[in-house]
Write a protein that binds this ligand. Structure first.
Ligand code: AMP
Length: 399
């Protein structure tokens, strides 16, 4: 594919240069040890490519929420150690990301060496995107590479400020993410179908509005579908529902109609008396939820209809589960629809991109993460991209 419009590391002259690389090493840690290195592994292709070309590779990341103050419990040292272990080569560490400690450690690097700088959020200037902080970061480097799509929705010093001060480019993981996101929403092969599930309408209003305007079909499931049913005058019993958003739901329905987007709402639902695994349950029509029961999944007819829509689509964007997937059997619709989509991908009939919030967990649960075309592990950034927003960290990399 190749990302049109963004600089990549091939556009940078890096041999012998000090290259700042923004990674997202905000990884799960326990007792000073990394417990899930997925994000570190995803950064390896960029790190290896730059080191092989003779760059002095200087890694930059945030970790946790130290609120602009030094906090040894939120040090990135364990991430540097994990990276050294994964590469089988030493990774130097600097106790600060700017000023003397950073400058001294960088001066000691030879071509191809790696250095991890301490947590950028130990400085208030990071989240405030203060020009002085960005200048202090830039002072120690010749070029900047951003490989952290998951942090690109934030206009921070290390994601946006510094990118404006140095020759900058997208790293390989960022490039891959932008490629797939472009193929899924900016210039999709049509028909484009979108699945939006999850708990609430309130967290996904902008996303639904944007997708209703762009997609050929918008499939709504999960708890948020209840608000749409309620808005259309159906009783949803004891279900999760946001009555205050009924008008918003009706507006989204109207917008979908106006832009020729087929809105797919559940026609049948699985109801139970309690939010608990294996609670006694039954399938009822979407307008027949008993007053004392709650909708925990969409029903088999709804899943058949979703499969029909996916079968007609060439591109699928998926966010959120169709039911309460953590408690079986209310994971059924999510699993069946996700597996159907995965088969279409395998048959070469569909490009399926997913991400945001609980989506990765839901697709892992369905066992299809590796079968989708691309699953983004970025939470907030993926959602903002689905909302149609420009991401400051990405915009800064445009040619
Ligand atoms: P989100 O973070 O918005 O993607 O929401 C994911 C959560 O929505 C999961 O924890 C699901 O259990 C929950 N969820 C999905 N469908 C329902 C439902 N019908 N009733 C209650 N919770 C639901």
């Amino acid at each position: 594919m190749g990302v049109a419009g963004y600089r990549t590391i091939d556009d940078l002259d890096v041999a012998g240069k000090r290259v700042l690389v923004r990674v997202d090493f905000n990884v799960p840690m326990q007792n000073g040890e990394v417990t899930d290195a997925t994000r570190i592994e995803r950064a390896l292709p960029t790190i290896d490519a730059l080191a092989a070309r003779g760059a002095k590779v200087i890694l930059l990341s945030h970790y946790g929420r130290p609120n602009g103050e030094r906090n040894e419990g939120m040090s990135l040292r364990p991430a540097a150690e994990k990276l050294a272990e994964l590469r089988g080569r030493p990774v130097a560490f600097a106790a600060d990301c700017i000023d003397g400690p950073a400058a001294d450690a960088i001066a000691a690097l030879r071509d191809g060496d790696l250095l991890m700088l301490e947590n950028t959020r130990f400085h208030a200037g990071e989240e405030a995107n203060e020009p002085a902080f960005a200048r202090a970061l830039a002072a120690n480097a010749d070029a900047y590479v951003n490989d952290a799509f998951s942090a690109a929705h934030r206009a921070h010093g290390s994601t946006e400020g510094v990118a404006r001060l140095l020759p900058s480019a997208a790293g390989k993981a960022m490039e891959r993410e932008l490629d797939y996101l472009a193929a899924a929403l900016s210039a999709p092969e049509r028909p484009l179908a979108c699945v939006v599930g999850g708990a609430k309408v309130s967290t996904k209003i902008e996303l639904l509005v944007n997708l209703a305007a762009r997609a050929d079909a918008l499939i709504v499931g999960g708890g948020m579908a209840n608000t749409f049913l309620f808005a259309q005058g159906m009783s949803v019993g004891a279900s999760l529902c946001e009555p205050g958003l009924a008008a918003t739901a009706l507006e989204i329905i109207r917008q979908a109609q106006a832009s020729g987007c087929e809105l797919v709402l559940p026609t049948d639902v699985v109801v139970a008396q309690a939010f608990r695994a294996h609670a006694p349950h039954e399938v009822v029509a979407a307008d027949a939820t008993p007053a004392d029961k709650m909708i925990l999944d969409i029903g088999p007819d709804s899943v058949d209809r979703i499969a029909d829509v996916i079968a007609r689509a060439k591109t699928l964007v998926w966010n959120g589960p169709l039911g309460a997937f953590e408690i079986p059997p209310f994971d059924t619709a999510t699993i069946e629809a996700a597996r159907f989509a995965a088969r279409r991908v395998k048959d070469g009939m569909l490009t399926a991109v997913a991400g945001g919030g609980d989506t990765v967990a839901a697709l892992n649960h369905a066992g299809v993460t590796d079968e989708f075309s691309y699953v983004s592990t970025a939470g907030g950034a993926f959602l903002e991209w689905m909302e149609g927003k420009a991401l400051p960290g990405v915009e800064a990399l445009r040619r």
